[in-house]
Design a protein around this ligand. Structure first.
Ligand SMILES: [Zn+2]
Length: 402
C-alpha cells in the first residue's frame, strides 16, 4: 500500500508559511508571558514575517541545562501530565514535560510518521527500543494506537526472546534501535534461522544509519528499512521520518527549521509545556526545498554528524567530558586517551606511562578491570580499555585532534 500524506503534510508552500507565521506569533506571546528566560530576551521583539525569525535570540542546550529542572516550562507543573529526562550537554540531565494537549499533538505527529512508513490498522506493531529509549517508545505507542494498529505491549529484554516474539506474535512492523537490529541480525546468523519464518514487512529504525548498515539489516531481515530522525529534548519521534523516496520531510506545521552556519536550529510551534525558540541542536544539517514525488511539501532535512563530540554507545549518548570524568576517578587520571564508539561498546585507548606500566600481567589486568567497572557503574556502558605506547598527544587527558 502506498502511504498517504495528510492534508497538513502537503499544504501549498504559501499556505504552510502563513500557518507557520501565525503559530510563531502566538508562540512569542506565550514565551514572553510565561518563560522568564525568554521574557527578557524577547522584550521589544516583533515578528511580521518569517524572515524576522533570524533576528530572534537562539536557545542553546546549555540554556536548557542551566534552567534545570523546570525553568524552561511555559505551563505550571500541575498542568504538565508527563515528565521524562534526556541527556543534555556534557551528560547533564534535562527534564522535558508534556501537557495533555502536547501528548495529543505528539500522537498525531508520531501517527503521521508511522503512516509515512505504510503502517495501517491492519498491522501488528512491535516497539522494541530498550530501556534507554522509554521516551521514544511512548511516542511510537501513542502514534500506533491512534492509527489503531495492534501494538505488542512488551519490550523483550534479550535478543533471544525477541526472536521468539517475532515468531509468536507475528509483528509486521518492528520499531527498534540500530543496535538492537544489529544484534538481531547477528543472532539470526548464529542460530541459522530463516527470516522467512517472520511476517515483518517494515523495520523502522529510531535514528539514521549509514547505507551499508541499513542494507545489511534489510538483507538479513528481508524487509525494507526506514529511519527516523529526532531529538529527545525537542521531540522524538515526531520531527521527521524518511518517505518512500528516502527524504526526511520535517513536519513543518509543528517545527520551524533553519540551518545556522550548517547547524540544525529548531523552533517548536505547538509545544505547550516546553516550547523552544531557535534551539541549537548541535547537529550538522543540510536543508533542501526540492519537490518530492511523495507529495509532502515539508522541507527535506539531511541530518549530519554531531557537532559536540557526542558519541552513542548501546544507544546511550556519551560526551567526551563524561568519559574524561570517569577516567579521572581511576589511576589513569590525566592520561591522554582517544575514543571509538562501537554499536555495543566503547573502545578507549589510554596512554600507558612508565609509572603505570608493570611487567606483571595481572597488575595490568586489574587496572583494566577497575576502569571497566567504573564505566559500567557510572555510565552504564561496556568499555574496552586498551593501553597504548605514549605518543605525541596533548599533555592532559584529551583526545588528540582527528
Ligand atoms: Zn517525500
Amino acid at each position: 500500500m502506498t502511504p498517504t500524506a495528510s492534508r497538513l503534510e502537503t499544504l501549498p508552500r504559501a499556505e504552510l508559511e502563513q500557518l507557520q507565521l501565525e503559530r510563531l506569533q502566538a508562540l512569542l506571546v506565550r514565551l514572553k508571558r510565561n518563560v522568564r528566560r525568554y521574557r527578557e530576551k524577547l522584550a521589544g521583539q516583533r515578528v511580521e514575517s518569517l524572515a524576522d525569525l533570524a533576528r530572534l535570540p537562539l536557545t542553546t542546550p546549555e540554556d536548557m541545562a542551566e534552567s534545570f529542572p523546570y525553568g524552561m516550562f511555559a505551563f505550571p507543573l500541575r498542568e504538565v501530565i508527563r515528565l521524562h529526562t534526556c541527556v543534555g550537554p556534557d551528560g547533564r540531565p534535562l527534564i522535558i514535560g508534556h501537557t495533555r494537549n502536547d501528548l495529543a499533538q505528539w500522537s498525531r505527529l508520531a501517527a503521521r510518521q508511522l503512516a509515512a512508513c505504510g503502517v495501517t490498522a491492519n498491522d501488528v506493531v512491535q516497539i522494541c527500543l530498550g530501556s534507554g529509549s522509554a521516551l521514544g517508545a511512548s511516542g511510537y505507542l501513542l502514534g500506533a494506537e491512534l492509527i489503531e494498529a495492534s501494538v505488542i505491549a512488551e519490550d523483550p529484554n534479550h535478543v533471544d526472546y525477541q526472536l521468539e516474539m517475532l515468531r509468536n506474535y507475528r509483528p509486521t512492523v518492528l520499531v527498534t534501535t540500530p543496535s538492537h537490529a544489529h544484534d538481531l541480525t547477528r543472532l539470526l546468523d548464529e542460530r541459522r534461522m530463516d527470516p522467512q519464518a517472520f511476517h515483518l514487512r517494515t523495520v523502522l529504525l529510531s535514528r539514521p544509519v549509514d547505507r551499508p548498515t541499513r542494507d545489511a539489516i534489510s538483507a538479513r531481515l528481508l524487509t525494507p528499512v526506514r529511519c527516523s530522525f529526532g531529538l529527545g529534548e525537542v521531540l522524538d519521534p515526531g520531527l521527521c521520518v524518511e518517505c518512500d523516496h528516502g527524504h526526511f520531510h520535517v513536519q513543518e506545521d509543528h517545527f520551524l527549521v533553519e540551518s545556522v552556519d550548517g547547524e540544525l536550529v529548531l523552533t517548536t510551534l505547538m509545544r505547550e509545556a516546553m516550547p523552544l525558540l531557535r534551539y541549537r541542536t548541535r547537529v550538522a544539517c543540510e536543508l533542501q526545498r526540492d519537490k518530492c514525488p511523495c507529495g509532502r511539501t515539508g522541507i527535506i532535512l539531511k541530518p549530519g554528524t554531531r557537532l559536540d563530540r557526542r558519541l552513542h554507545v548501546n544507544e546511550i549518548p556519551l560526551y567526551e567530558s563524561q568519559i574524561a570524568g570517569v577516567l579521572a576517578q581511576t589511576r589513569v587520571a590525566g592520561q591522554p586517551f582517544e575514543t571509538q564508539a562501537r554499536e555495543r561498546s566503547l573502545i578507549i585507548r589510554v596512554q600507558m606511562t612508565s609509572e603505570l606500566f608493570s611487567d606483571t600481567i595481572w597488575v595490568i589486568e586489574k587496572l583494566r578491570n577497575d576502569i571497566q567497572s567504573e564505566f559500567l557503574s557510572r555510565l552504564g556502558v561496556e568499555a574496552d580499555i586498551r593501553f597504548v605506547e605514549p605518543r605525541s598527544w596533548p599533555a592532559s587527558g584529551q583526545r588528540p585532534p582527528p
